[in-house]
Design a protein around this ligand. Structure first.
Ligand code: PLP
Length: 430
């Protein structure tokens, strides 16, 4: 294997935090801005990584489904993975390469449609596999090979937030070692060509090392008979401090024991990490012991992970000085204890919805905020735009691309019909 640089050596970190782009002043808000240069930086790196490690990296669509950019993404990766029929259909229509699909449970009509085009299908239990085995055989008898895998629960995870911990207590995601042994006793493994696990969330290689240990310890006796393994997503491969040296050692080590098996990684976040923004405007500023800026974007509708995860995104204030020069101001994220400090231009940022908890975070700004100010939220090209909703009739953010030459282009304008069409009846009930 050739030496792979660390992400920080290859990715243009300078650009990744720099948001000095005219687009941020010119576009209508709210808008997600997808920066193609930053995206392609990540993709270049991932391609190099996959080639050097001789693994296959596929794209977990659940984190990012802005499909205008799928041709670009698929030119760097080996394929995609989907969470069910609809994502798989999107992959079929817009993405090239292998199509993988995993769902915790499939309905019969979904399986029938999926089997027409997917290359890999993963089951979450022996029972689901058995239920649909004859349908798969029928497809294969017609000359189309489908790789069938089982998702297992490796029995170890370091993911802190329970909501994002697929291997946590009582998890329904993946077959436990005990259920697996029973399943093998009842049904065997004839027809299963690979095993899949997903047990990481925004993690470095050290977590993978422990998950792999547990995987081998609990499932080791079945591994030699497999043709491929999928180590899931959650690898923060494009993060500046990702330890690619340890990943290289882990893969090499694993390959020494299982030399003929193909290794897949299916990251989502790492594909578009730090490559997108959500631009918004301060609509009003109200006071209730503290100052609260009400924006035209909403935590609950446009960045629900801020509430679910929870986390507080980085924010830049676009100062008007920027228009003449090159100025943008990063706000400091502050704790609840500092909230009452009157000397630090502290604001709580919230959305215009009726939800009391529609709060993005508390920030200290380098100057007083004004109505009409523009704020840019960072790292918004993952999960945020696929999890949007129109609660309260909130408009969805527009979708804008920032091309490599610096020009921006509106790709999708949001409208009242995004809201109405999702909710409406086929006909009026009288
Ligand atoms: C099965 C599976 N694969 C891949 C991913 C992608 O993970 P990430 O976006 O954290 O890399 C997820 C995320 O939930 C997942 O559930």
């Amino acid at each position: 294997m050739s030496k792979i640089p660390n992400p920080q050596e290859l990715l243009s970190q300078q650009t990744r935090t720099s948001i000095i782009e005219p687009a941020f002043h010119q576009i209508q808000t709210p808008a997600y801005v997808f920066d193609l240069k930053l995206l392609e930086d990540n993709l270049n790196y991932l391609k190099l990584l996959a080639e050097s490690l001789q693994i296959k990296i596929i794209f977990a669509q659940k984190s990012y489904s802005f499909y205008s950019t799928y041709p670009l993404i698929s030119s760097y990766l080996r394929g995609s993975t989907s969470s069910g029929l609809h994502e798989a259909l999107l992959a079929k229509e817009e993405f090239s390469g292998e199509i993988h699909v995993y769902s915790a449970a499939y309905k019969k009509d979904e399986i029938e449609e999926l089997l027409e085009f997917v290359d890999f299908i993963y089951f979450n239990s022996f029972e689901q596999w058995q239920k649909y085995k004859s349908l798969i055989s029928a497809v294969e008898n017609n000359g189309r090979k489908i790789e069938v895998g089982l998702r297992i629960n490796p029995g170890y995870s370091e993911t802190e937030h329970d909501i994002y911990n697929p291997a946590g207590k009582f998890s329904r995601l993946g077959i436990t070692a005990e259920a697996f042994h029973q399943g093998v006793n009842s049904y065997g493994l004839d027809g299963i060509s690979g095993l899949h696990f997903h047990a990481l969330c925004q993690e470095n290689s050290a977590s993978l090392a422990k998950v792999l240990n547990s995987f081998e310890e609990k499932f080791g006796s079945y591994l030699k008979q497999m043709q491929w393994f999928n180590f899931g997503g959650g690898h923060h491969l494009t993060r500046a401090d990702y330890n690619v040296g340890q990943l290289t050692d882990l893969i090499q080590d694993f390959r020494n024991r299982y030399p003929t098996q193909t290794i897949y990684l299916e990251p989502g976040e790492a594909i578009s990490l730090d490559s997108g923004f959500l631009v918004s405007e301060v609509l009003d500023i109200v006071e209730n012991e503290i100052e609260i800026a009400i924006l035209d974007t909403s935590a609950t509708c446009h960045m629900p992970d801020v509430i679910e995860m929870p986390y507080t995104p980085r924010v830049f204030l676009l100062d008007e000085a920027y228009v003449q020069g090159d100025y943008y101001l990063e706000a400091e994220i502050i704790s609840n204890e500092q909230l009452l400090d009157k000397n630090k231009n502290i604001y709580r940022l919230g959305g215009p919805t009726c939800l009391a908890g529609d709060i993005i975070g508390n920030y200290s700004f380098p100057r007083k905020l004004r109505r009409g100010d523009r704020l840019v939220f960072c790292d918004m090209a993952l999960y945020a735009h696929v999890k949007t909703n129109t609660f309260n009739g909130m408009p969805l953010p527009d979708l804008v691309v920032l091309a490599k030459d610096g020009n921006h282009k509106l790709k999708r304008k949001s409208s009242y019909f995004d809201f109405k069409n999702r909710l409406g009846p086929y006909d009026v009930i009288t």
